[in-house]
Design a protein around this ligand. Sequence first.
Ligand code: BG6
Length: 491
Amino acid sequence: NLQEPFLMILFGGAGDLARRKLFPALYSLHRNGLIHDRFAVVGLGRSVREQEEYRSIVRESVEKYSRWDTETEQDWSSFLNRFRYVSLDVADASGYKDLLGEVEGLEQKWHLPQNRLFYLAISPRLFGDVAIQLKEVGLTQTRGWRRLVIEKPFGHDYPSAKELNDQITGSFLEEEIYRIDHYLGKEMVQNITVIRFANSLFEAMWNNRYISHVQITAGETVGVGERAAYYDHAGALRDMVQNHILQMVTMVAMEPPSRLKPEAIHDEKVKVLRSLRRWKEEDVATHMVRGQYTAGLLDGKPAVAYREEEGVPEDSTNETFVAGKWYIDNFRWSGVPFYIRTGKRLDQKVTEVVIQFKGVPQNLYFNKNNDLAPNLLVIRINPDEGLSFQMNAKKPGGDPEVVPIAMEFCNNCDVESPEAYESLLRDALEGDRTFFTHWDEVSLAWKFIDPIRRVWDQDKDSLCFYEAGSSGPVEADALLAKDGFHWHSPR
Ligand code: BG6
């Protein structure tokens, strides 16, 4: 049994992430007996709040966002009693002494063995200061374990990420740091390697002899929302590609690990990132596309242009869409393009990976276009979860035509999948870093991204436009058309 009693010290304790994701995740884990029954949470925030007020914030967010029905008043109070709010200005050293007192008090009250989970759901510019203060005041000296969970963005380029990392590693060891990439908490992202390594059919064919190319799509219908201040500087390249898209690429491309241990898996992922061809400045224009949405129609309703969104400068050249053609220069993948795309205000919310296999050596059949459809393996990640395998077969009903047919599996039709944050929080509490990003993945990802960013920052004309509600800029279609392919649009 990996469950141990713990204290969670939650910075940003009444913030958006805590409300929408962390309280509901904790509640779900607690309700289903997936974490130890002896735990407590100290929520930290700048505002002054009464304990009762804090507990009602927790309760409201669970009621609003949890996938479980509410329980009896008794159950509620047994859950809410564990939460304590402490007001702290994270930049002010003096508050940390009080925090230490609160932490020790709670550990005594709940008989906790000083297992401390520090969760920083706050702006990354504060990570360094917090890590230093935690160490100075002695909060990181525990008899049990100590772990640090942090949220992206980890810097905005390689130098800033390194600086941030140096600050944190002054107080925590790398193996105590859990960097969240919530895509790694998604059921079907975790399933990519299972599908590959548990099926001889796919593993035998998972290479450049049989695979024509790979497509990875992470499309969203939402726009920038209320996050313009962050997003207009980050852009889709830093917001989605540096982390989520690259993580999915590593899961598709990695070699089988020697064992199912975090370190072994991680080593293989790092090798992929090392083999990923880095685009030189002169290659960027032919291999990468960036776009921004203009006004359009989404689900029949008018949607404003990115430049008209609240908080976005009207001459912003920030991208809300990225497509790319990448290569992994190793024996397995040599010559196989990986096409990726992600964007906001697209026609569909869909994340999926498509593996397109090469054709048969000779077509014996004559069908409509005198062309057999390719075999496709579609891994649906979000919102539908499942697999689809497209093959060719004789058209049912005596017709001599050969037609594509699909075998379908739905992963979340009969069983509800846990939220990504539930899986990740549970892993962090059990000390399993498999689905967290390690420092060398972060650093290699930035080294791949930085040259692209530099070119785009210098060349504002690199920006294309697409209508809100469309499938993205035509330039992204042209990227595949040049190679004789097209994006497989989701259902
Ligand atoms: C986040 C990005 O990491 O992922 C957001 O910052 C994006 O801009 C979100 O909307 C998408 O996540 P999901 O799980 O809805 O695909």
